[in-house]
Each structure stands twice: as structure tokens, then as C-alpha cells.
Design a protein around this ligand. Structure first.
Ligand SMILES: [Fe+2]
Length: 313
């Protein structure tokens, strides 16, 4: 199940609904009654409404949202981006978590959805599996089908380490996806370079941006892949990073109205999801595509971001 809306249209009431509002106002009666309804009837209706909302919320969180993928589109200005890279797209696949909560069929659907977007670059920001036995040849074959015009790059997440880092690394290699573990690749487009770098996981590995970007020419723009967005707070001033892509948070999986996500696996809550201003660079955090813990999502649909890089011009 997928959906590609990102541009919300303002809701404008039509004449009929305005007429209904006027009609309802005209029926309002004394303070002891709610619109002609006794206090007892009102409380009964309110209880039923709360019950229905609770059941509806549970159905949504368990059965609808976890599988209701959303393609989100973002134009992001990347400092130092060469003009030849202006308009180039990056699809970000994060936190698939193949395992008890996300099936291989889910992964297949994600790969097909990504390929339909025809991205130039695919950035995979970790947590491919939740359990060691989810690392299978079938997963390799699904990942191998990812198509990108310019390149595909991956980093590891904490769950990959907890499951079996050696197995995940072997799977990525078999699928033909370069792993950026405190390392980088420079890609040239019409003679203009762009650096894609990646760091090891913050929880379970050793994140080292200095090592990842060692030797990159100063004028070359840099995109850093990092599973855990908290690392944005630890980035050194040099070497410079121009944009960081992260996942890990799942957006909280459950986002309560007016409150936000009750649970986030990060220190700095500002990195829950979306484009955030970090101390050194912009940080885009994907809500990810899978789940951990309870197999639920509420008010936090799984997302596949398609980022269009923009230069200043
Ligand atoms: Fe995750």
C-alpha cells in the first residue's frame, strides 16, 4: 500500500456544509441541554465516540499505518553543490527491519516503490534486519534489484550489529551495494565531483567523520550517511559536512496529537524526523519503513523520502 501525497490542499467548506453549521447553531438550546440533548444522552454519546475513536486508533495503528507507505518529496539546498548536480534526486531507504514485524514481501514492495521513482542515487541508512535469521539469500536478491542512475550507498545501523553485522555486510556486498564504513566515494557528473561518505553506527560501532572524509578535496560537496542522527551533535567543524542523512528514530512510530512521540531512541529529540538544523549542517531524518518493538505505527506513516538536491543558484 503506498501513497504519494505530500502537498496538503487546504480544506474549504462547501455551501452545503456551511448550511449544516448554521442549522446546528440555530438548534442550540439551554445550558442544561447540549443541542436539545439531555446530559445523560450527551454523556452516552461522548462515551460511544471515545470508544469508537479508541477502536479506530487501534485498527489504524495495528492494521493500516504499518503498511501504508508514503513517498515524501523534499527540495533541500546543499551548500557547495555544483550546478551540474542541481536537481539530482536521492531516494532514502531506512530501517526496513526485515524480521518479525516486516516481511520480505514488505522489502520487495519498498524496492519496487523506490525503483518507480527512478532516483539518481539511493542512500540506505541502516537497520536492514531485526533478527539474524532474516539475513537470507532472498533479502540479497530483493536489495540487488534496487536501481539508481548514479549510485547506491549504504551504512549499518545498530540492529544490523545486534543481528549479525558480518551477515549484513556480506548481503550488501552480494547485492552490489557499497558499504561506507567511515569511508567515502566521489562520483563525477559532467566533470563535477560530489562526495558520498558514511560513518559506522554510533551505538554499536565507531562513528568517525574525520576518517570517512579523509582526503576529500576541500571544495567538494559532501553528503554524509549516518544511521543515528545524534551524531550530528558530535560532528567536528572540519572536515566539513554539507548535508547529513539519517534514520534510526522511526519518527517515534507513535506520535500523539499535541504531544508528539512518547518514545524516541535518541538523546536530542529535535532529530525525531524531517529536516533539522544541526550545529554543523542540515540533517534529514527519515521516519523509516519498518518497525521495532510493538508492530505499530500511529500518526507516523512509514516513509520513503525522495530528496531533490538544490544548489544556491
Ligand atoms: Fe531502526
Amino acid at each position: 500500500m503506498k501513497d504519494m501525497d505530500e502537498t496538503a490542499q487546504p480544506f474549504l467548506p462547501d455551501d452545503e456544509s456551511l448550511a449544516m453549521v448554521d442549522d446546528a447553531k440555530s438548534r442550540a438550546t439551554s445550558p442544561g441541554q447540549a443541542g436539545g440533548m439531555s446530559r445523560r444522552s450527551f454523556l452516552k454519546c461522548a462515551s460511544l465516540a471515545i470508544g469508537a475513536a479508541t477502536v479506530g486508533g487501534a485498527v489504524d495503528a495495528l492494521a493500516i499505518e504499518p503498511h501504508w507507505f508514503k513517498v515524501t518529496r523534499h527540495n533541500i539546498v546543499v551548500p557547495n553543490l555544483p550546478s551540474k548536480w542541481d536537481g539530482v534526486t536521492i531516494a532514502q531507504i531506512s530501517d526496513i527491519h526485515v524480521g518479525p514485524n516486516s516481511t520480505l514481501a514488505h522489502a520487495r514492495e519498498i524496492v519496487d516503490m523506490c525503483n518507480d521513482l527512478r532516483p539518481d542515487v539511493i542512500a540506505l541508512t541502516g537497520d536492514y534486519v531485526s533478527k539474524a535469521n532474516a539475513i537470507t539469500q532472498a533479502l540479497v536478491e530483493v536489495l540487488r534489484d534496487l536501481r539508481a542512475g548514479v549510485g547506491k550507498f549504504a551504512v549499518l545501523g545498530n540492529h544490523d550489529y545486534w543481528a549479525n553485522a558480518t551477515g549484513v555486510i556480506a548481503s550488501l556486498r552480494s547485492a552490489g551495494i557499497p558499504l561506507l564504513k567511515n569511508s567515502h566515494r566521489i562520483v563525477t557528473r559532467a566533470g563535477e565531483p560530489l562526495c558520498f561518505a558514511g560513518v559506522d553506527d554510533l551505538f554499536t560501532g565507531r562513528s568517525d567523520a574525520a576518517q570517512a572524509l579523509a582526503g576529500v578535496p576541500r571544495g567538494t560537496a559532501r553528503i554524509l550517511l549516518c544511521h543515528n542522527p545524534d551524531y550530528a551533535e558530535e560532528l567536528p567543524a572540519e572536515p566539513r559536512v554539507d548535508l547529513m542523512l539519517a534514520g534510526h528514530t522511526h519518527g517515534g512510530q507513535v506520535v500523539l496529537p499535541f504531544i508528539g512521540p512518547p518514545v524516541l531512541p535518541i538523546k536530542h529529540r529535535k532529530y525525531a524526523a524531517g529536516l533539522v538544523t544541526g550545529p554543523r549542517c542540515g540533517v534529514f531524518v527519515s521516519r523509516g519503513l519498518g518497525m521495532v518493538g510493538a508492530p505499530i505505527r500511529f500518526n507516523c506513516r512509514p516513509e520513503l523520502p525522495l530528496i531533490t538536491m538544490k544548489s544556491y543558484q
